[in-house]
Design a protein around this ligand. Sequence first.
Ligand SMILES: [Zn+2]
Length: 121
Amino acid sequence: MSDSLPSNSKKTKSANSTNGRPKKPIWRFFEQGDEIDKGHYIATCLACKQTFRPGKTPVMEKHIMNNCSKVDHSICEAVIYMVEAHETREISSGANTKRQNSESDQVTLENFYENSDLSKE
Ligand SMILES: [Zn+2]
């Protein structure tokens, strides 16, 4: 008696396709001002009214996490959580273009011989 289970078609939920401009969640804590460069806007911190020209996501995140003295503690924690979450996602998806891709060039002959020495018994 064979109980054949129907193969469970696993549907991997594709990441939320953001229609239009992908607005980073950090913008919830900033006011978006004029566009001063292509895709770059003036950002004003809602808590302390500090202005960033242009408002770049890493700078804004850093401001909330480290520099903003007026931001609510819970917001600060939320941003830290958010940043950690999206950093892990970026690394695992390989979307991070800023990785040091020179790393493979650093495999020297020395390393090569060391490795082959280790692998042969
Ligand atoms: Zn601030």
